[in-house]
Design a protein. Sequence first.
Length: 577
Amino acid sequence: MNIAPKVLIVGAGPSGLVLALTLLQNGVPVRVVEKETNPRIGQRGAGIMVLCLSLKTISMSSTCNPQPRSLELFQFLGVVDVITKAGIPVPTIRMFQPDGLEILKEFEGTPSRDPTPTNPFFNPMLLGQEGLEAILRTALAGHGCSVELGTELQSFQQFDDRVDATLVKVGKPEGDVVIENATFDWVIGADGARSAVRKRLGLAFLGETRVEKFVVGDIMIEGLSPKVSRKQPSAWSCSFILPSTIPGLFNFVLMGENLQHVEVSSSHDALRRCLSDNTGNRPDITFGNITWMSRYVPNIRVVDKFKMGRVFVAGDAAHVHSPTGGQGMNTSIQDSFNLGWKLSLVVKRLAHTSLLDTYSEERLPVVSEMLKQTTKLLNRIVKSSKDGGVWKRPGSALQLGINYRWSSIVLDELKKTEPIAQDNIDERSNSYGVSVNDDLQAGDRAPDSLDLIPLRSDLIAKKSSLFRDVFGSSYHTVLIFAQLVDAKASLQWVAGYPKDVLRTAVIVPSQQAVHIDLPDNVNLVFEDREGHAHEAYTERKCGIIVVRPDGVVGAMARDPQWLERYFKGILLEPLKL
């Protein structure tokens, strides 16, 4: 028997699809509606994201870690292999003189690097939004969920225990309209920068509209290498052209104070002339069919809160920024992960609804810092787009340092402070820029660890990793380092929670006796033969690490009593088995 969906997601872009997949993996039925009658086409945000990522690596130091956090989260969703297969490497970048012939500079967008035991995805890739959304829709179909195209949220009304929504469906033939009244427990607006959900909630969208003008789109080009991106400044404008995953199709970005953006974006012929002029009118380059294009004026804005009652906003519905920042899609994905696990627990009546208030609490400081960084980058580009050095950005732009150290629901025993203390304000301001070389703290991204040897589990692999075999988007993971704490005593503190809510993994150092006395409720036992897990997690001598479903360290402790304190802040009373 089909269960009526309790959650309505409005919008089928990356943030909406990732949220839907996260909820479905948690066993929460959802409906996803999209007012467009056909899937969107074009490289769009994801392509521009990687363009900006590649340009910024012009002068990035060797200590920076060029790994998108998104790939780690996609592994939790089980789609990373498909995504990495569909993507292409970030190409070499060539900066040309205005004549389009003389190469001013040439450099690797992202030097290829080998993965490390804590960072399995070292090399960014190029994958357009069109391709990414198709992969995510396929993953949804595997859970029996499909996007309802041509369906728009017309209105909604909130009550203490529900949201009544009116949906308008455009049927076939065109013009056949069906109105549906439906009830949901929760509604999420992931419907883009012009979000109807945000507007109906009356949320403030704080920020500014810039004077700069952009024209973006996709075009077929003959004569350009798919392994090279072009950056071409001219007296009229500055153009960026980069390859896509589709042979012969290139993504372009036009900008500059002299760009006639209305004229260029109103005519395909005018756009082709502009691109030809900006590349020196070379006879060996032919600009062909334009599959999509749009003019864009940067808005730099964020909502004052991500939630009102039983309705949320996520992704571009909650924040927008300059396309030069390369952070939008990644930030949207993390919105969805942050909300998804919390909403799942509430829907299943395993957590109090107050847990959902931490969605705004945790995401607002991160997004605010993201807007500051991307705006600084835009200002540098506007000032001197011909200088490759203006694309230099700190390693924090790759989002591995994003943290919630100040959050009211993370606990770090060694800090000896109560959550939400006033002195945590400095941690909020540094929510985006923590060095990946800092000692691990509660609220940080949980690192991976390779070469774990299963000792007591149902795993048949000879070697395991935390990302692939231990962590998951539908449960908390308690890591217990037996060399530092009493593993048996620690496990007793979480004995009341079922496996679909919380899983445990005991990690012993290499050559330690494997016949340690453990209760039956331990799910996994590993030998850390190469020492990677101990190196990543135990620098501060905390033997108990709680990892949330979004891959964030929720708690670090030496005393197992802190386990009870942490989970009391997240879950309702333990279930008695």
